[in-house]
Write a protein that binds this ligand. Sequence first.
Ligand code: SF4
Length: 403
Amino acid sequence: MDKRKKTNSVQVGSIKIGSEHPIVIQSMTSTPTSDVNRTVEQIIRLNEAGSEVIRMTVNDSKAAESVISIKNRLIQSNCNVPLVGDFHFNGHILLTEYQETASILDKYRINPGNIGTSNKYDANFESIINIAIANDKPIRIGGNWGSINKSILNDMIIEKESHKSSISYSDLIKKALIKSVIDSANMAQEIGLPANKIILSCKTSDIASLVDIYRELSKTDYPLHLGLTEAGMGKDGMIASTSALSILLYEGIGDTIRVSLTPESDEDRVNEVFVCKEILSSLNLRKFKPRVVSCPGCGRTSSDYFIKLSRNINQLVENKMSEWKNIYPGVESMTIAVMGCIVNGPGESKHADIGISLPGDNEDPHAPVFIDGKKFKTLSGPDIEGEFINILQGYIETKYRNT
Ligand code: SF4
């Protein structure tokens, strides 16, 4: 259940973030932005996988120029995903010099720690905000503890030492991160950027710190972008990100998410989108495809038949979903149970929209099928899988057909 408080609503291209809008999945390209072909291919792959807002680094003149070709190529490919430019150190220069890029991008992401040192910060920041105002663009003010705003941190350290405060350095860093993004948001509003053009993020690679920081940020009215930064590679990164994001999302904190995984190849990049979808659907915050509930199996299952059936039903859902979502609205909220024996099989199958309980070791070789909580039929014989798939497809046709 979505417990979010109603934040401001921020328009990013065709997508709305915050308030009552669904939690948005974001990703970031891993290709050099100046490599237009690879970047376009990756953006299309990420978008097809389910990324709804895609960020790319704009780190130099070539990258800033390439944004124009990337956008044109995406339009030709009918890909209208909102594009975000990620700016560090020279964002004020690039956005000033490449005005077409500034007008094409749907949002700018800036990091208060990487805008310039004390005397330059205000001027650089003001110039970026003025460009955002002139182009009617939203900004994400994204702090990161790998690039914390040093002047804010130094001031806090001096104050701690002069007052002999007992605050720990890790708490000091959290406070500095929060202060740097909130001060920057206030400053942006003072310059003239409306509050509904601002999104905040404050990423750390430590889960406990991330949770503390976001609980504090959630007291503001700005939509929040969540992510555990530098989460790592493969399963480690997925588990760390899932643990962190789940705590916050369950508390109703977070309007847009990204899972940052170190990729081993360009193709791997879509994994971060799949993990975002799994997190949101596991928490019942969004649904993307029917859920297949299956038991882990144990010594009561004498064959791997139910494992194969679970795998094949999952595969069927993956293969059919792009077709189903157009003709069967609502099918993504369906639950299918595939269970291994009588212990939990009938009970779990009754909880699902449709479920099958396969026979375990020493049980009669029959497989009862349940629909909407009631026993529908008992299957037996050599083609239980084929018969179950037919029943499943008939159920979907009857219940979700868009007439
Ligand atoms: S439902 Fe049966 S087969 Fe599956 S884990 Fe439970 S006891 Fe084992």
